[in-house]
Design a protein around this ligand. Structure first.
Ligand code: ZN
Length: 461
């Protein structure tokens, strides 16, 4: 009996030692995990006066219905632009994280309590206790903002009762003087009011105050307008437009605002440990607190002797997790592999390793597999040739079904990728979204191919 008990333990020990532990070559915690904002009592008083005035107008127009009993069940208020997620060749597997919940402890400073009895919130010495949920985009929030990749959508149906637009949207620190945000305020059927704030200037829905929106309807693009330290959505909910009673949509044992009643149709766990992106880079990416300096440096094609930077981007990495990294050659032989030990819990983090390809590597598509939290994520890179994607279908550029083997490139098209458009005869390639080819990407339109442009196609030099 002793032997049978010991054997699995011994085998496990052998397997574990066969997978070398390797320290990352760079990375760490990332600043969006601190994405934050601040509102003064004067801001709240101003909002109360705007909402009261708009209410009067809407009542005159017959657009202010009597509130029903609480019926609101929120969907998630953000989404990634169509087809950028879930495409196995796309670089992004997830695109956001949560930096802050509501501070349930009204004392300050540094008296923190979130709905789950943790301290994932903040307050400020001036007396502000955070009153919303901060959802940040990750990785590369400024690049995502520039490309309009993360959209804010109505978490529940309702009526637009206030809108602000036209304010600067690239703030990256708390304002030292008054700074207004771009935001949409929606009143739900039960009279509760949801704020969608920090939106990108000029991105707001064209619908006017008094118009109704459906759950999931587009409201704007995630930005960093107003008192904001980086691109994120501040989602705040009040029981009525009087802004007297705050709602914390997250049910939990330390939610003293509305107890154990969740306002989410399906509430996410407190931590959702996810690998948001697996990427290859030509050089290490650059993350910056403010807009302008961020560099993705994604690259999908390499030659012998090149250094390949392998990037991983996590939401809620958890202390004690182990990550398996594997590189496979085109013939499915494992070229190298190692383990990574995650020693801290972070809302957002990134790590990179690099490998140097042999001087005469196997030509073809290599792959980078990362197993984290029981989930295998994968990206591919080409060696000795461009990474080619061929459009030979009919219709949308963004529909994977129109691409050979249902393989479409990630957008914007990365360095080292060649897109070939072959749609001919009755077939037409419809460029139905703005498509950007980053420096080092290539576009080939075969002779006789049909292409129709509904949006710009941009080739970066
Ligand atoms: Zn906030």
């Amino acid at each position: 009996m002793k032997t049978t008990l010991l054997l699995p333990v011994l085998l496990w020990a052998v397997a574990a030692s066969a997978q070398p532990l390797r320290q990352p070559d760079g990375g760490g915690i990332y600043r969006p995990e601190e994405a934050a904002d601040e509102f003064s009592e004067a801001d709240y008083n101003y909002m109360r006066s705007v909402l009261a005035a708009n209410k009067l107008q809407l009542q005159k127009q017959g657009k202010w219905a009597a509130p029903l009993p609480q019926v609101t069940a929120f969907q998630w208020p953000t989404r990634l632009r169509t087809n950028l997620l879930g495409n196995q060749n796309a670089s992004y597997l997830g695109y956001y994280g949560i930096s802050n919940y509501i501070d349930q402890n009204t004392a300050f400073p540094n008296q923190l309590l979130d709905y789950n009895c943790g301290n994932r919130t903040y307050d400020l010495s001036g007396g502000y206790n955070h009153r919303g949920t901060d959802i940040f985009s990750w990785p590369f929030p400024w690049t995502k903002m520039e490309n309009n990749e993360v959209e804010i959508i109505a978490a529940a149906a309702g009526t637009i009762i206030a809108k602000f637009d036209g304010n600067p949207d690239q703030n990256c620190a708390f304002c030292t003087s008054a700074c207004n945000w771009n935001a949409v305020y929606v009143r739900q059927a039960d009279g509760s009011v949801a704020w969608y704030g920090h939106l990108k200037s000029g991105s707001l829905t064209s619908k006017a105050i008094g118009a109704s929106v459906l759950a999931g309807e587009y409201l704007g693009v995630m930005g960093s307008s107003g008192n904001s330290t980086g691109p994120h959505l501040h989602f705040e909910v009040w029981e009525t437009e009087a802004l007297a009673k705050l709602v914390d949509p997250w049910a939990g044992s330390c939610n003293t605002l509305n107890g154990t009643t969740s306002w989410w149709a399906s509430q996410q766990p407190y931590r959702v440990s996810t690998l948001n992106a697996v990427m290859t880079h030509g050089t290490a990416p650059v993350h910056t607190q403010c807009a302008g300096g961020e560099r993705v440096n994604e690259k999908k094609s390499f030659r012998g002797g090149d250094t390949v930077f392998l990037g991983t981007y996590y939401r809620d990495q958890l202390q004690g997790q182990t990550v398996l990294h594997e590189i496979y050659m085109p013939n499915n032989t494992r070229y190298t592999f190692w383990n990574q030990s995650l020693t801290s819990t972070f809302n957002a983090s990134w790590w990179y390793y690099y490998i140097i390809l042999p001087s005469n590597p196997m030509v073809g598509e290599w792959r980078y597999d990362v197993t984290h939290n029981g989930v295998l994520s994968r990206t591919r890179f080409a060696v000795g040739q461009p990474m080619q994607f061929t459009f030979n279908g009919n219709g949308s550029f963004q529909n994977p079904a129109n691409w050979s083997g249902s393989r479409m490139p990630s957008l914007p098209v990365p360095n080292g990728v060649e897109v070939v458009i072959n749609s001919a005869g009755a077939n037409q390639c419809v460029v139905d979204a703005p498509v950007r080819f980053l420096k080092g990407a290539r576009l080939t339109i075969s002779s006789g191919a049909n292409v129709r442009f509904q949006h710009n196609l941009v080739l970066e030099q």
